[in-house]
Write a protein that binds this ligand. Structure first.
Ligand SMILES: [Ca+2]
Ligand SMILES: [Ca+2]
Ligand SMILES: [Ca+2]
Ligand SMILES: [Ca+2]
Length: 271
């Protein structure tokens, strides 16, 4: 797809195995919105921004390859915003396999960048914040931890319970008007079991997929869909003050007798 002298919205599209790249954005002064798209197995670059300055959000960019630089996103003479994208396993012969930037700016925020070879990002003008980036990167909110993808071998890059990406993004950096993720689920979701390490409330997650906390049965502390003696013991073992721990069922900051009563009052299989 080639976007010239225009600012369209490209949403819910899938770009796969294109020899000349997925999307080319040309001409200065335009701001295309690329939202909730997947890019898989394209060569050249998944998204090539040459001049125009797209907002790329909620995209899964995986297994693309470049014979030069920027297998995932290539930015030249442009100011690209890349938010809440999962950019994984891209390759580039000369580096910057995830995001490459020259003579412009690439603002990378709330993204997961991992497994890109030989490296994740490079180029002047690239700023990375609130990202889970392999090898680490200077910048506020960045982490380098296993994101606990659900099943990466089968291209399932959703995140599992306990993922460090949960509630670790910057909610104020989500582009205006974006309220859903790549799956079409709500983007602004708090997981009560995860302390908020990002900015804002509810705190967005890193990556293209927002973890959808199951709040229908909070008394099931260990998540096995039944409220029983195991949950009771787990509450007892976490007795005392806590910050957003699952055992604090009534979310008052303390694990105490009130939480025990919550467990007892909801004994049995979850609804
Ligand atoms: Ca969240
Ligand atoms: Ca939380
Ligand atoms: Ca249970
Ligand atoms: Ca409590």
């Amino acid at each position: 797809m080639s976007i010239m002298s225009s600012s369209p919205t490209v949403r819910n599209c899938h770009f796969e195995n294109n020899a000349g790249g997925g999307i080319y954005c040309g001409d200065e002064g335009f701001v295309p919105l690329i939202d909730a798209c997947t890019f898989h197995g394209n060569s050249w670059s998944a998204i090539d921004c040459c001049g125009s300055s797209p907002i790329i959000t909620n995209c899964l960019i995986m297994d693309n390859q470049s014979s030069e630089v920027g297998g995932g996103v290539y930015v030249a003479r442009a100011d690209a915003t890349i938010s809440n994208c999962t950019i994984v396993n891209n390759t580039a012969a000369y580096g910057a396999a995830g995001v490459y930037c020259i003579d412009g700016t690439a603002t990378v925020v709330n993204c997961v960048l991992r497994g890109n070879l030989p490296n994740q990002v490079s180029g002047g003008g690239t700023t990375v914040t609130f990202c889970n980036i392999e090898g680490g990167e200077p910048g506020e909110g960045n982490i380098d931890e296993d994101p606990l993808f659900v099943d990466p071998d089968n291209h399932n890059f959703r995140i599992s319970p306990g993922s460090p990406c949960i509630d670790a993004g910057d909610s104020t950096s989500v582009p205006a008007g974006i309220i859903t993720d790549l799956d079409g689920n709500a983007r602004f979701v708090d997981d009560p079991d995860t302390p908020d390490t990002g900015i804002g409330f509810p705190c967005v997650d890193m990556g293209a997929y927002e973890f959808q906390a199951d709040s229908s049965c909070p008394e099931d502390v260990n998540g096995d869909e039944i409220v029983n003696i195991d949950d009771l013991f787990q509450v007892l073992s976490a007795w005392g003050a806590c910050d957003e721990c699952p055992e604090d069922i009534n979310e008052d900051g303390t694990v105490d007798i009130d939480d025990i009563f919550e467990v007892l009052a909801n004994w049995g299989p979850c609804p």
